[in-house]
Design a binder for this molecule. Structure first.
Ligand SMILES: [Zn+2]
Length: 251
């Protein structure tokens, strides 16, 4: 089944605002007004925008640079590959600023006799939650340049760019952030204990921001095969990139 787009009227300018099944928060492309679809009410939380610094031509520079660097890539990658697709999308994220403190009890088995360890692990985070369901976007590789955020302004969105709506509401985003941060703490604890017996995480949420950030989705062709790239539209960093297999002459 294909997802059929539906429409509501923008309560600010009256233009049709398209949304697809599963989307919860939609932004009008004519005036930038953001609406909670279910209620038709205005979105009352802070909505920010991170600016894009590239156009279809200049985005090639950081991509070629990425192709030239790193020893795992074929040497002629930058020279021989052809960029076949460059699309700019503003992806929706929730940024949860919170202090998280996990109190744990665990077992340390690396030495005999095994011992029980207790402790706490505490950090402050600007935790990023991608507001889209199915996606292979590498959220943990991406550092949102929060210093560069401005209030959402549709006039700063390029005509050729897509602005994706949110499929996750604020409460869901908070819950996802909690789960992901606790999972991250469990991961960090592997250094200290071999088995976690008990863990309890307390959160002090300081701020939750909804924002759109510019991401380029590019495709390139190298020796007859197609590959994909995901590039941060602010820094130009490649967040995820397919690398063609290269022949190694190690022996
Ligand atoms: Zn509007």
């Amino acid at each position: 089944m294909t997802a059929v787009a539906q429409e509501i009227r923008c309560s600010h300018c009256g233009a049709p605002v398209e949304f697809k099944p599963g989307e919860i928060v939609a932004t009008c492309k004519y005036c930038g007004f953001t609406t909670v679809i279910e209620t038709g009410q205005a979105f009352t939380f802070e909505h920010s925008l991170i600016l894009n610094r590239f156009d279809e031509k200049t985005v090639e520079d950081p991509i070629r640079e990425w192709m030239r660097s790193g020893f795992l890539k074929p040497r002629d990658l930058a020279k021989k590959s052809k960029l076949t697709e460059k699309e700019l999308a503003y992806l929706p994220f929730w940024v949860v600023t919170a202090e998280a403190k996990s109190t744990y009890k665990g077992i340390f088995e690396r030495i005999a006799p095994v011992i029980t360890k207790e402790g706490t692990i505490a950090h402050e985070y600007n935790w990023l939650v991608l507001a889209r369901g199915a996606s292979d976007f590498p959220t943990r590789e991406y550092e949102v340049p929060l210093e560069g955020k401005i209030p959402f302004d549709f006039r700063r969105i390029e005509g050729f760019a897509k602005v994706l709506n949110s499929e996750v509401d604020r409460d869901q985003a908070l819950e996802l952030a909690r789960q992901q941060i606790e999972a991250h703490h469990r991961y960090l604890l592997q250094q200290d204990v071999d088995k976690i017996v008990e863990i309890k995480t307390e959160f002090a949420v300081k701020n939750v921001v909804y924002l759109h950030a510019p991401i380029w989705f590019a495709k390139y062709e190298y020796k007859g095969n197609a590959y994909q790239l995901i590039v941060d539209g602010t820094s130009g960093a490649t967040l995820k990139g397919d690398i063609p297999p290269s022949k190694f002459g190690l022996l």
